[in-house]
Every structure is written in C-alpha cells, then in structure tokens.
Design a protein around this ligand. Sequence first.
Ligand code: HEM
Length: 526
Amino acid sequence: DKEQQQPPPPKPKQRNLLDNASNLLTNFLSGGSVGTMPVAEGAVTDLFGKPLFFSLYDWFLEHGSVYKLAFGPKSFVVVSDPIVARHILRENAFCYDKGVLAEILKPIMGKGLIPADLDTWKQRRKVITPGFHALFIEAMVRIFTKCSERTISKLEQLTESEGQVIMDLEAEFSNLALDIIGLGVFNFDFDSVTKESPVIKAVYGTLFEAEHRSTFYIPYWNLPFTKWIVPRQRKFHSDLKVINDCLDNLIKNAKETRQEADVEKLQQRDYSSLKDVSLLRFLVDMRGADVDDRQLRDDLMTMLIAGHETTAAVLTWSVFLLAQSPTKMRKAQAEVDSVLSNGAITVESLKKLEYIKLIILEALRLYPQPPLLIRRSLQPDKLPGGYNGAKEGYEIPTGTDIFVSVYNLHRSPYFWDRPNEFEPERFSVPKKEESIEGWSGFDPSRSPGAMYPNEIIADFAFLPFGGGPRKCVGDQFALLESTVALSLLLQKFDVELRGSPDEVEMVTGATIHTKNGLWCRLRRRT
Ligand code: HEM
C-alpha cells in the first residue's frame, strides 16, 4: 500500500532534421503510406520474451501518441491518443473494420458481431443489443450468484480441514466465467467448476488455438490441406465440431420449444417465473422460427468467446492487485460485509458495492482486456491532430492496419496520476483540469447516471469496454458478474499470493493472462 512518487510525464521526443529525413525515407521505402509519422522499428526479438504491448508502451513514450511500427515489410499504426481513438472508434467508425482480428476469428465466429462485415454487423447488432435489457440483467444476477456460490462452496470444501488451501485462482475464475456464459447465453450448464466434459475441453482447445493464431505471424492455417495435415489444425477442427454440434442442438431445442408472443409482451414478462432466461431464448422468441440457424450459431459462439476469457481475466487481475494491498482488501471486505449481510444479492444491492466496482475498473485500467483494439481502414481517412507529437494529423490510406493501444491510454502519464499504481479511489476523486487541445478532460456530467466511469466521462482516455458503435454489448453483464464473484470470494476468504508478484508473469493473446496461473493462499475468514 505504499505511496510512490509520481514520475514527471516524459517530454515528447524532439525531432531533428535527420530524424524527419529518415522517417520520410522509411515511409517512402514501405510504400509511403503514412506521411511523416514517426516510425518505430520493431525487431523480431521484440515479439519474444515479453508481451508486445510492453514494447508498444516504450515506443509511445519515445515516439509520441501516434506512430508507425514497422516489422520488416509489415507495418501498423499505433494510437495511444484519446482524440485519435475517439475519431477511429466513434466519429468515423464505419471507415474501419476489424482487419487482422476478423481474419483470425472468422473460422471460429463466422459472421458473429466481432468479425462480421459491416452489413451483417448492422443487422445483428440491432437484434442482439435489446437482448441485454434490464429484466435479462436482473435474471442474470441470479445466475451469477448461483454459479459463484458453487465455486465458493468448492473452495470451502478444500479449506475445510486446514482452514486454508493453495490454489490457482485463474483456473477457478475461468471455469466460473464459462459456466456463467453458458447459462446466460444459451442455457447450457457446463458445470466446469465440478467436472470436465468433452464440450469443455473443446471450448478450451478452441480458445487456445484462437490465441495461438493471434500471436502467429503467418496465417498458415489458410493454406490448403493444413486442416487435415497439421495435427493442431486437425484438433482445432474436431474441437470446433464438438462445440458447433452442441450449439446446433441447443438452437434446435430452443426453436422447438418456442412460445408465440409478441415482442412487447416478451420484454415485459416476469423473468423470475421463467425456467430459461437465456439470450438464445430471447433471440429465438423475438425473431421466430425462421431465424437463420447458422447466424444464430455464430452469434452464440462469439458471445461465448467474447464473454468468457475477458471476465475471467478481470477477476484474475483484480485479485492479483488486491492480494498485494491488504488495506484495500480489508476495505473491500468491510463493504461486502455491510452490504451483503442481509438478504439475496440483487441489482440494487450490487449498486451499493461501490468500492468493489472501482476495484474491477481499476483492474481493467491496468490490465485492459483486450490490451489492443484492432482496426483496418476501408477507405482513405485523415486522422485528427492529437497531442504529444501528433498535432498535425496524418493521412491514412485504404488498408492501413491500426492498433488502438488501450494499455498505453490507460497508463498514459499525460492523463493519469501515478499511472502504474493500483488506486481504485482515483475514480471517485475529481480529476485535475487538463488543457490538452481537443480533449475535454474527465467529466462525470457528460454521462449522468452512468453505471461506471466510462469512455464518455473520460473522453476516450479510459476504454474499459471500447467505445462508439462497436462498444461491448456485455459491459453491464460483465461488471455485475465480476462484482458478484469478487464479493462472494472476499466475503469468505482472505487472499495472499503464494510467491512474489514478479513470479506471476503475463502472457497475451486476445486477453492478458498469467503464464502459469494465479497461485494464491486462501484462508477462511473467521
Ligand atoms: C466487444 C471488452 C465481456 C460480448 C468488446 C470490446 C471490448 C470488450 C473492449 C470492443 C472491441 C473492439 O472495439 O474491437 C470486454 C470486457 C469484458 C467483456 C473487458 C469483461 C470484463 C463481454 C461479455 C459479452 C461480451 C460478458 C457477452 C455476453 C461482446 C461482443 C462484442 C464485444 C458481442 C462485439 C460488439 C460489436 O462489435 O458490436 N468487448 N467485454 N463481452 N463484447 Fe465484450
């Protein structure tokens, strides 16, 4: 819990004539794609030994808030600037698609929301967003509680004889998040907290392959015959078949048991008396039996993947941070004890867990999931002038690959005091006035009644769930889910790291996770 001196924000690098000339030359040699944007030369060694986003951060401090990263013949524009991020994600969002990310995810998610082309996306987003309405979220809180209690009672059994146990909490959070997403999205109980099934193994196998693809330079899986020849590709296709068969059965069942009712009645129905409250039920009931099975399957698969690892990761890093701050852990436990002492968990009681929510948001600030948002320009664009060396703005030709580095934005010394410190309280104290041209500072009045400090309040300097039209559809779901799980854990246990924090190494694919698990000592609270 020790306070640290805040280092002064680094100064933008002064450029001299030689620098500019060398940038011009590099841009010219690589196709002249991005004007005189500063260039960071990536070496292949930057990809090994540490996650790429660490190097992206160092280059951000060196080259400024918009720079070009050249890896041999490949190049990416790296954006760590709220003004430019706002332009790409919101103001000119439809000038971009998901580029490399869509290429990696299409074989798994088909035309699901994340990789979908713009026409499909527009149509499906309109159908899916209403599914996350208030009554659905209320019903989900019961599922979050039921599943979290199942995890807690497993941990209680394990600590029964000695009052403590050492275990990998990341694995437990992963199982818990899988159970919740299965029940919430398609009413399927993986029950992965207590058992292993072929479907669970297939889900983990598919996630593993998606992650491998996201860090592999050459898309060898697109080459003909790899599906049959390369063993890991054979396994991937057989895992995918297991999940697809399972989802197809669930869709068939949902269609066969469909009840005729109009949309309005559906939205008003009493979710507490329904057996199946899942999103699939809602999508099938709303749209009728004629909804395309393949599209539904892609939607469910997308939600399964988008909602599973992300939530497991935010719980993992929340505990990692809390375990190093006993004072903050006690403060959180005191809040949980006072709020949850009487009665069942509801949306209303969760709103009172203010400090727990801030812990989760602070964990998302320090470990954003995913750490980079990926885009590719569909037509030429002009990026607005930003701050720190990017004042004049840059021309972006069609086909430019862009990384919006949420990690850099969230740890930017220009926007955050003590950016690398874990301080959940930072969100509840008014921010100092900033005078960066084009950026309107932190202002809660821009989003009155917001459930959490969001991208609107921070004018795109804080993007825990992205921003603009492609913002996460499951943000409330995820926040309430994490709040329930973390609160119930802290209600029953004190948590310590087994070793030193440095031993918990980071690995990234789509999300930031640990290399060998989050090994913790859990002690029952008396
Ligand atoms: C999109 C984060 C949980 C479903 C996104 C995006 C972010 C994000 C940053 C925007 C990606 C981009 O712009 O490229 C998170 C985090 C979560 C979480 C941090 C947990 C803490 C969930 C859950 C679900 C979900 C629980 C579903 C139940 C989606 C979908 C999209 C998305 C479908 C794509 C939206 C679109 O393109 O229209 N998420 N998410 N997410 N998320 Fe989440």
